[in-house]
Design a protein around this ligand. Structure first.
Ligand SMILES: C[S@@+](CC[C@H](N)C(=O)[O-])C[C@H]1O[C@@H](n2cnc3c(N)ncnc32)[C@H](O)[C@@H]1O
Length: 232
């Protein structure tokens, strides 16, 4: 494999993500962004009264492993994989494996109950997305859950930030319905979806999640999540 794209960015990743609009939205540390994803995942399982404590979880394209680390105590096993060793070097406290081939996930069949891919698919060329989705189906147990979280191209601020962020030079954003179609074609059944990141951190902290959840169908949040189960 040629040098993974993100090996070029890993050393200065946080610096390259800096954007005045993004920084104002996410607060000083930007911890708000992975925390919101962690909370959406927790809510998905909590709403269905599913305990995750004995489940195995893989974060595909985990980058520096922030989200997987935040969920480390929620699951029995937490693993991450990424083609970029530079990004993985920063991942702490979770099991990690390098993805030698962009198209294959370095784990066995039916190893996981839950897989996430967060802001990964917009870096995968459209022609390769279907095969990657089927790979996720391979490593998931029957009835397992796959969550894709992506930037929302309907949100003008998201589009602007992506257009001027160096690490997103190759990005081809996916609309929520395209993500759902990809999942269906890959053998998944979308069961829940929600747009989020409507309000910047300071406002969100004041209003709480209920207000954002109320907007969840309105395609204007900065990002969206789709949860899908693997067809049995
Ligand atoms: C924008 S970063 C997101 C990292 C992490 N998921 C997060 O939310 O912080 C995109 C990541 O996707 C990885 N990636 C790109 N193509 C991939 C592929 N085919 N399979 C898995 N990961 C991939 C990159 O190496 C990079 O670490």
């Amino acid at each position: 494999m040629s040098r993974p794209e993100f090996d070029r960015y890993s050393a200065s990743y946080e610096e390259l993500l800096k954007d005045p609009m993004r920084d104002r939205f996410g607060g000083e540390t930007s911890a708000f962004f992975p925390q919101r994803k962690r909370d959406l995942i927790r809510a998905y399982f909590r709403d269905r009264r599913i305990s995750t404590q004995s489940m195995s979880y893989l974060d595909l394209g985990c980058g520096k492993g922030e989200l997987a680390s935040l969920l480390r105590d929620d699951f029995g096993r937490v693993a991450g994989c990424d083609p970029s060793t530079g990004m993985l070097d920063a991942a702490q406290g979770i099991e990690t494996r390098v993805q030698q081939d962009l198209r294959s996930i370095p784990f066995g069949d039916a190893e996981f109950d839950f897989v996430t891919a967060v802001c990964v698919y917009h870096h995968v060329v459209p022609a390769a997305r279907q095969a990657l989705t089927r790979e996720v189906g391979r490593v998931l147990k029957p009835g397992g859950v796959f969550a894709i979280i992506e930037h929302n191209p309907y949100n003008p601020a998201t589009r602007l930030i992506v257009s001027r962020t160096p690490v997103d030079a190759d990005a081809v954003l996916l609309k929520q319905h395209e993500t759902k179609e990809l999942l269906r074609a890959g053998g998944f059944f979308p069961v829940a979806s929600r747009y989020f990141l409507y309000f910047p951190e300071f406002l969100y902290r004041r209003t709480g999640d209920a207000v954002e959840a109320w907007f969840g169908e309105l395609p204007l949040g900065g990002q969206y999540a789709v949860f899908a189960t693997k067809n049995r």
